[in-house]
Write a protein that binds this ligand. Structure first.
Ligand SMILES: NC(=O)C1=CN([C@@H]2O[C@H](COP(=O)(O)OP(=O)(O)OC[C@H]3O[C@@H](n4cnc5c(N)ncnc54)[C@H](O)[C@@H]3O)[C@@H](O)[C@H]2O)[C@H](O)CC1
Ligand SMILES: [K+]
Length: 478
């Protein structure tokens, strides 16, 4: 297994939310680095620590503190201490100064003199690098390569892209790389890499957390349509469900939300919210003869959510089957529509959002313990070749490969309509994220919105109360 720089940052943030701070992780990283240096050096040897201004440098500062008693340690900081980019790296720099470790700042690349060290510890650039190394980092990399020393790199050889292994200009030629938590894709195939466990709890990967929301940052140059046109195919016997679903998609950042529903209820659906684009087909419920027009409309939209309020009439389920058979985009499937999924042949990417009763109706497992359920849900997702979000006290999300659980939400959310809201958020997320990640974020945000409402007013929550709380759940405090 490998982990990308973006995923690493998300896991790091999730760990902090679980009360394992990044500063604790940095301490573990520095300790692992010091052990690696001890492996290649003899007591009394000279160790030149070269540190950039990010957390990669911070790891190196911690290592210097561990090594100072037994080695001749000198630290070069590439820049002014005030420009260190994170508080935790700066605190570790301050700790070196307070302990009177030989630590100098290097303001100009020509002033960098590593001397003639036995070991170079390369903390110049890590997973936070963008593009080719600039000065003074570039000269520091060259100096590390010119030194007649064993070079130990912190996390990745500086100058190398952790995700791709690409070197834009120059990179440190490491004798040993100590990478943290998991192998980075760019390091695959090298024999000089050790992976250090730095104490990130498994839960930071398993449970969806605030770090998973980091991928939702918006580019300021975004245009209308960049964040998705979501089409809800729902309604007939029920009118509220498709309206809640489509409004939830908008609250979760979709640019446009369409509701395709029977003409008999179109006015009512529109009446719930001026923000919705209601497109009606004749009659009072979905039938197979409507499917061709729906497929044509869906081709222009990013994601379809099918199911909310459709009802379970035989010809409606036939229509759902025909629609999925003809569709090759991304569809979130909810409510009565779920039961046709196991029997349909489709090229579509499906995200299915059953509660446990609906899962059983699909032929899936019923298990009380969430961890046992997670394993079986993963198998069932793989069998069906879909992403499953199984709603419960712990929601389980799996695409058969990656399985996550979500702990947000509360007993107030057993009220009708909260599933329609989840389906709508999932639809919006699926227009910009991979299906399993979209589903994980949606489950987290839906539950967090419910928690915020209950915190504020106590139980007696309505699904419509969730709508206004979705934006803060997604983009509020991180
Ligand atoms: N959970 C973990 O894996 C932990 C990892 N840690 C270490 O943190 C670094 C990543 O730290 P970050 O601060 O995000 O980035 P960097 O230190 O890699 O670099 C940022 C720093 O560099 C500047 N910069 C970016 N690109 C360039 C360039 N082309 N030329 C010059 N300078 C550049 C940028 O402006 C910043 O100042 C990870 O690798 C681990 O080593 C933590 O210890 C916590 C746990
Ligand atoms: K490095």
């Amino acid at each position: 297994m490998t982990i990308t720089a973006a995923r690493m940052a998300a896991v790091d943030r999730n760990a902090a939310a679980l009360d394992v701070s990044t500063k604790q992780l940095m301490e573990s990283s520095g300790h692992a680095l010091a052990r690696a240096v001890r492996d290649v050096a003899a007591p009394g040897d000279s160790v030149a620590v070269v540190a950039g201004r990010g957390n990669n440098g911070g790891d190196a500062f911690v290592a210097a503190r561990f090594l100072d008693a037994d080695f001749d340690v000198s630290v070069s900081l590439l820049g002014r201490p005030e420009t260190i980019t994170t508080d935790i790296a700066r605190e570790n720099w301050d700790a070196l100064r307070a302990a009177e470790v030989d630590a100098e700042r290097v303001l100009d690349s020509t002033a960098l003199d590593l001397g003639d060290p036995d070991v170079v510890l390369d903390g110049v650039l890590g997973t936070g690098v963008t593009g080719a190394p600039r000065e003074p980092e570039r000269s520091a990399i060259v100096a590390a390569n010119e030194a007649d020393a064993a070079v130990v790199s912190v996390d990745v050889p500086s100058g190398m892209d952790a995700d791709t292994g690409d070197v834009a200009d120059v990179a440190v030629d490491a004798d040993r790389v100590v990478t943290f938590h998991d192998l980075k894709p760019g390091l695959v195939g090298r024999d000089d890499v050790t992976v250090a466990d730095i104490g990130i709890p498994d839960a930071a990967e398993t449970f969806v957390g605030p770090g998973d929301l980091l991928s939702l940052e918006r580019d300021p140059t975004a245009h209308k349509g960049d964040f998705g046109r979501v089409m809800v195919i729902g309604g007939g016997p029920y009118t509220g469900a498709p309206a809640l679903c489509a409004q939830a998609a908008l609250r979760a950042g979709a640019d446009l939300a369409y509701v395709a529903c029977p003409a008999a209820i179109a006015g009512e659906v529109q009446g719930y919210a001026a923000d919705l684009i209601v497109e009606s087909y004749e009659g009072e419920r979905l039938r197979p003869r409507h499917v061709d027009d729906l497929l044509a409309a869906a081709a222009d939209r990013d994601v379809v959510v099918i199911g909310p309020g459709l009802g379970g009439a035989t010809d409606t389920l036939d229509a759902v089957r025909d629609f999925l058979a003809g569709y090759d985009g991304t569809a979130v499937v909810d409510a009565d529509a779920l039961q046709v999924v196991p029997e349909v042949e489709t090229d579509a990417t499906l995200v299915c959002t059953p509660h446990q009763g609906e899962l059983v109706k699909m032929g899936g497992p019923r298990v009380d313990d969430w961890e046992e359920r997670a394993a079986l849900v993963a198998e069932f997702a793989a069998d069906l070749d879909v992403t499953l979000v199984v709603k419960g006290a712990y929601d389980v999300v799996s695409d058969g490969e990656t399985t996550r659980a979500n702990r947000t939400g509360n007993p107030g959310m057993t009220v009708g309509g909260t599933g329609d809201v989840l389906a709508g958020i999932t639809g919006a997320m699926a227009s910009t994220q991979e299906p399993a990640q979209a589903a994980a974020i949606a489950a987290y945000a839906n539950g967090a919105a419910g928690d915020a409402v209950v915190d504020e007013q106590g139980y007696g929550l309505l699904a419509s109360d969730l709508l206004g709380a979705i934006p803060t759940a997604l983009w509020g405090e991180r």
